[in-house]
Design a protein around this ligand. Structure first.
Ligand SMILES: NC(=O)c1ccc[n+]([C@@H]2O[C@H](COP(=O)([O-])OP(=O)(O)OC[C@H]3O[C@@H](n4cnc5c(N)ncnc54)[C@H](O)[C@@H]3O)[C@@H](O)[C@H]2O)c1
Length: 332
């Protein structure tokens, strides 16, 4: 069967492409290249440059390539930008997802896998335990709301038309392909591990740490960093589960273990062999002390067993990709 990967030229989507290629599976990428890079997917990949909101184009791609499932990564992902420009986030993430879901329903596709996010939980200030999927959903940004709305549409489309879907709520995605074939390339990315690596490699001046007075062991925020290669494997398994008849499901994608900002700084110093400055600055609005996934549902429904769940490996793979980007920029 052939799978349509939307946003396949992006950070996570490009890892999905390499994983599917490694597994010998057939896929086609649809990407408008707004933030993605065509050179980060395998050379022979059929790439359609276009928009997920273009229903005629999507219908044509489904028909021509005999698409039977969609893995939907395409979207806009910068939380602060969603606050200043909410309507463009609702358009790209919600309105265009609705359009794509309609394509999937009309073509009677067998499965639809959706990139959701821990941002649907909002700011669970009191959370001391890993979060299960059943806690209250209170997104605090248009980005989180735009993803929650898509989850709701999938739920309703599942009930009404029998669309089978899985929505994976990613926690903090990090790392890069261990074989160095792709990685996070967005220059203005705000992900902590990427930014800290850039500081270690002299690409940024210093690292600001937002708050050291949280109720955590070292006072800095704790997050659940999931290696992007484990994350894309979860998508492949979720798809297989649906194809084997599993009911639609929503599941957290994280390891269930958190690391503090200072743990990340220490790992980057160790892996890079560099020392660098950090600055303690006041807390940012909306950062919960701890966000850690209870991922038992993902494990039990799909049989997912992470293999890259080691902070040092995540940092090392991400550092290698950052070095590759530096070399590449010298050639340009
Ligand atoms: N990176 C994270 O930490 C994280 C966390 C939670 C959820 N997610 C979700 O995972 C998905 C992928 O994120 P990413 O980090 O790879 O982002 P990314 O920006 O690297 O990739 C998004 C891709 O989608 C493409 N795209 C965007 N809008 C499109 C449209 N209308 N039509 C066609 N292509 C379009 C972009 O060109 C890009 O290639 C997103 O939906 C994001 O919300 C990411």
């Amino acid at each position: 069967m052939t799978i349509l990967i939307t946003g396949g030229c992006g950070y996570i989507g490009s890892h999905m492409c390499w994983a599917l290629k490694d597994q010998g599976r057939a896929f086609v990428v649809l990407d408008n290249l707004s933030t993605g890079f065509a050179q980060q997917i395998p050379n022979e990949t059929p790439l359609v440059i276009g928009d997920i909101g273009d229903q005629a184009l999507v219908a044509q791609v489904i028909e021509e390539h005999g698409i039977e499932a969609i893995i939907h990564f395409a979207g806009s992902i910068i939380v602060p930008e969603s606050v200043t420009d909410p309507l463009s986030y609702y358009h790209n993430n919600t309105v265009k997802s609705r359009s794509l879901i309609e394509n999937a329903v009309k073509a009677k596709l067998k499965a639809f896998i959706f990139s959701s996010t821990a941002a649907v939980y909002g700011n669970p200030q009191e959370a001391t335990e890993p979060l299960s999927e059943d806690v209250q959903l209170e997104p605090i940004s248009p980005y989180g709301s735009s993803k929650l709305m898509t989850e709701i549409m999938l739920h309703d489309a599942g009930l009404a038309y029998g669309l089978r879907y899985a929505a994976l709520r990613y926690f903090n995605v990090a790392g890069a392909d261990p074989k160095g074939r792709t990685g996070q390339s967005t220059p203005e990315a705000t992900h902590l591990i990427k930014v800290t690596n850039q500081v270690a490699l002299g690409q940024r001046d210093s690292l600001s740490i937002f708050g050291n007075d949280y109720p955590t062991p070292d006072g800095t925020c704790i997050r659940d960093y999931i290696h992007v290669s484990d994350l894309v494997q979860a998508h492949a398994l979720a798809l297989d589960a649906l194809l084997k008849g599993e009911n639609s499901f929503i599941a957290n994608a994280g390891y269930g273990r958190g690391y503090s900002v200072l743990d990340v700084v220490k790992a980057v110093k160790e892996q890079s062999g560099q020392t660098f400055k950090t600055h303690m600055v006041p807390r940012r609005d909306g950062d919960p002390a701890q966000l850690v996934a209870n991922s038992s549902r993902l494990r039990s429904v799909t049989g997912w067993t992470p293999v890259h769940n080691d902070l040092n490996q995540i940092v090392k793979d991400a550092l290698n990709w950052e070095r590759h980007l530096i070399e590449q920029s010298k050639d340009d």
